[in-house]
Design a protein around this ligand. Structure first.
Ligand code: ATP
Length: 289
């Protein structure tokens, strides 16, 4: 279990996290999402003991990370957003080096290569690897010691669709092993697909937490509509309800009364109107506006 207890992190004048309070239970995959600069990486680097809180506490399995840093860190595997790998050794040499560093994991190296789809390249130097292969190797490196807690910062960033699917399948398979996972991602479908619960961060504060379904259901009281106009129109009258704009169209959360009003006001210029099921992207736009 990971508990952030009113954690504040300041970098000089910047407050990257403000009284951040959250509990992630054992075996849960928690998705952390939010706009650029929201504080996601700061939160997970604090949980990994790489950064120290300005105030507040982080408790992992009953232990304060500040008081028992080395003991707690052994439980954690961290995939940073931009992993740096030594490129001279082979992939196998690198994993062996990290397994030895943690004192465990050598016996699972072949299995890990299989899981991340690198078995055939295991004995070639990392310098010959493509970006996607390096990302998958970094993922294997972060968990070679079979940690109980895994923290992945943008694990599929910059990967081709097929490789992304492999990495997501791999993360999904970790869920079956009851690992506690924090996943930071900008891909809403990824967060939706993998997360048990999702927390939205905005300007250093948690603004919404729930299962993907709960979060999407919060938008259900007002239905989401896509309205396409025959020509550009002034929609300032319903600006507060608009989630996104296209050249000749808008996506907006509208009550039945507002749909009526739109049809009355813009009737002749409405090319089409259709109801959309809320997505996590709609929730993102709503809670971070
Ligand atoms: P992104 O989605 O762009 O990766 P993020 O949600 O991970 O963003 P953080 O990297 O946690 O955001 O940054 C939160 C805030 O803290 C930002 O304003 C950032 O500029 C600031 N910040 C982060 N690290 C440092 C640092 N080492 N020194 C100064 N400011 C920092």
């Amino acid at each position: 279990m990971i508990t952030f207890d009113r954690v504040t992190k300041k970098f000089g004048e910047i407050t990257a996290l403000h009284e951040f309070t959250l509990t992630i239970t054992r075996g849960e995959l928690f998705g952390l999402v939010g706009p650029n600069g929201a504080g996601k990486t700061t939160a997970i680097r604090l949980a990994c003991g790489i950064l120290h809180p300005t105030s507040g506490k982080i408790i992992i399995d009953g232990q304060d990370i500040e008081k028992n840093p080395s003991q707690v860190k052994k439980k954690i595997g961290y995939l940073p957003e931009e992993p740096n790998l030594y490129t001279r050794p082979t992939a196998r040499e690198l994993l062996e080096y990290f397994a030895d560093l943690y004192g465990k994991g050598r016996e699972r190296i072949d299995e890990l290569f299989e899981l991340v789809g690198l078995s055939e390249r295991a004995d070639t130097p990392i310098s010959t690897f493509s970006k996607g292969m390096r990302q998958r190797l970094a993922l294997a490196r972060s968990i070679v010691h079979d940690p109980e807690i895994m923290v992945f910062d943008e694990p599929t960033m910059g990967l081709d669709p097929a490789t992304s699917v492999k990495v997501r399948d791999f993360i999904a398979s970790l869920k079956k092993e009851e690992k506690t996972i924090i996943l930071c991602t900008h891909y809403m479908e990824e967060a939706d697909m993998l997360s048990d619960r999702i927390g939205f961060l905005n300007s250093g504060r948690i603004v919404s937490v729930g299962t993907p379904l709960e979060l999407k259901n919060t938008l259900k009281k007002d239905n989401i509509y896509e309205i396409i106009f025959t020509e550009p129109v002034d929609t300032s009258g319903i600006a507060a309800h608009i989630l996104s704009r296209e050249k000749n169209g808008i996506t907006a959360t509208l009550s039945p009364q507002l749909v009526e009003m739109v049809l009355q006001e813009y009737g002749k210029k409405v090319f089409s109107i259709r109801s959309l099921t809320p997505t996590l992207t709609d929730v993102f736009l709503k809670v971070t506006e």
